[in-house]
Design a binder for this molecule. Structure first.
Ligand code: DX5
Ligand code: ZN
Length: 238
């Protein structure tokens, strides 16, 4: 499987979020954004997703319920070489992280707001020990201070550009300054992801601020399948 974190070239990667896919046709929906030749070391198909983003919400950390490990397990079985990027918007991430890695997740991102600061390093190390890469997500009102204090514990930093809970919300440009701070600090093997309200209309701002993994739910899955390769290419800033 591709390891997105050993490629220091910082190509913008695109992560469609299945939250806006048609849940009654999830296999076809994912196939519509994945390259039939996915799995190589480089971006081989600019119109295809690099990651599938799974938005996991527990009805407690955020006011919505979405999907559990069985969704991840089904996608892993259907798409053995896909990079499954699990975004845990949950109050107690560690047990869920274990369940999702067991279900085939490639990567787990959990929220800085959900874990006491003294446990951030321990949870991150635990996820790496399970064999997945690990990210730290930061909500719009939260500073990057804890991320900077634990920089080497993570492979990715996710700067939320909406308050999490729902797809289809408006982009919050004020979070871009946090991305710029992180971009000056991260190592060549670490990545900065942005999530929420991203579309071809604002992608230039996002990429220019130093973000190199772009999540989009409604901008990809809210459009007909025939348009998705062009939209994914546009989200690379092409
Ligand atoms: C926000 C989720 C996002 C969301 C993005 O709660 O973490 O991944 O699905 O949706 P769009 O791209 O429609 O804003
Ligand atoms: Zn997300």
């Amino acid at each position: 499987m591709r390891n997105l974190f050993t490629n220091p070239r910082r190509l913008p990667l695109v992560a469609p979020s299945i939250l806006s896919a048609d849940f009654a046709h999830m296999g076809e929906e994912c196939a519509s954004v994945l390259s039939p030749v996915a799995g190589g070391e480089a971006v081989v198909d600019e119109g295809a997703a690099d990651l599938l983003h799974l938005d996991v919400m527990d009805g407690h950390f955020v006011p919505n319920l979405t999907m559990g490990p069985d969704m991840c397990r089904g996608l892993r079985r259907a798409f053995p070489s896909a990079f499954l990027d699990v975004h845990l918007m949950v109050t107690d991430p560690w047990p869920h992280a274990q369940a999702f890695v067991a279900a085939g997740a490639s990567h787990i991102t959990f929220h800085v707001e959900a874990v006491p600061e003294e446990r951030l390093g321990e949870v991150a190390a635990g996820i790496r020990e399970l064999g997945a890469s690990v990210g730290l997500a930061i909500n719009p009102p939260t500073t990057v201070d804890h991320a900077l204090d634990h920089l080497e514990a993570f492979d990715l930093f996710l700067v939320m550009s909406v308050n999490p809970g729902f797809s289809g919300q408006a982009f919050m440009p004020e979070v871009l300054k946090k991305t710029r701070v992180l971009a000056d600090e991260v190592l060549p093997t670490q990545r900065i992801q942005m999530d929420g309200g991203i579309s071809p209309a604002n992608i230039r701002l996002v990429l220019d601020a130093g973000c190199d993994v772009v999540v989009a739910a409604s901008a990809v899955f809210g459009r007909p399948a025939a348009e998705r390769p062009g939209l994914i290419r546009a989200l690379r800033g092409r």
